[in-house]
Ligand binder design. Structure first.
Ligand code: HEM
Ligand code: HEM
Length: 131
């Protein structure tokens, strides 16, 4: 599967989960887990969709294993982080290690994305006509 297709599919699943979480908060009138809902939507839907657009614009990355590792690690990190933050904000402090590990996974994932982006942009600059 192309990295962009994986990103788009996983992003829309995060959006559905994030919106269900938002609806649950709104209906129950208990907004205490809102940071988890916010991060699930912003990392899982917005950021993952943006990664997908970048991969779609750079076909050389579409079948690159490192791009797949980046998307999967971002997804796993986001879900683990959202569960951990949700637990902490609803009073279960046992969620703290999940929030910490999830955050570190997404941070590692974004470093990998930054590296792929810099390499890819250097390659584009090398073939572009002189300005
Ligand atoms: C069915 C759709 C959604 C519902 C019902 C919903 C509901 C909520 C609720 C009840 C809060 C807590 C507000 C508060 O207490 O301050 C909240 C916060 C938030 N939501 Fe949603 N949400 C939805 C979709 C989204 C989406 C799609 C995004 C992002 C793309 C998003 C981003 C955020 C953010 C960033 C916050 C935190 C705002 C803050 O800290 O002030 N939400 N949402
Ligand atoms: C390693 C990654 C990240 C960590 C550890 C992190 C951590 C945090 C923390 C500790 C807060 C304060 C929450 C509170 O006051 O209860 C926060 C708020 C927020 N973060 Fe992040 N963040 C990360 C990535 C991001 C990214 C990538 C985005 C956007 C794309 C984002 C958007 C927001 C927003 C909108 C808020 C305010 C909404 C709220 O109160 O929940 N964060 N973040």
């Amino acid at each position: 599967m192309k990295a962009s297709v994986l990103s788009f599919r996983m992003a829309v699943l995060c959006l559905i989960a994030g919106m269900l979480w938002g609806l649950h908060m709104a209906i129950s009138q208990d907004h205490s887990a809102h940071p988890a809902h916010a991060h699930l939507n912003l990392l899982g839907w917005v950021s993952l969709f943006l990664f997908g657009l970048y991969y779609r614009l750079h076909p050389a990355l579409e079948h690159d294993k490192r791009a797949h590792v980046q998307v999967w690690s971002w997804l796993v990190g986001t879900v683990v982080m959202a569960i951990g933050v949700g637990l902490v904000h609803t009073g279960t402090m046992a969620g703290e290690p999940f929030a910490a590990i999830g955050s570190l996974i997404v941070f590692a994932s974004v470093l990998l994305f930054a590296w792929l982006l810099f390499r890819s942009e250097s390659a584009s600059a090398a073939v572009a006509p002189a300005e």
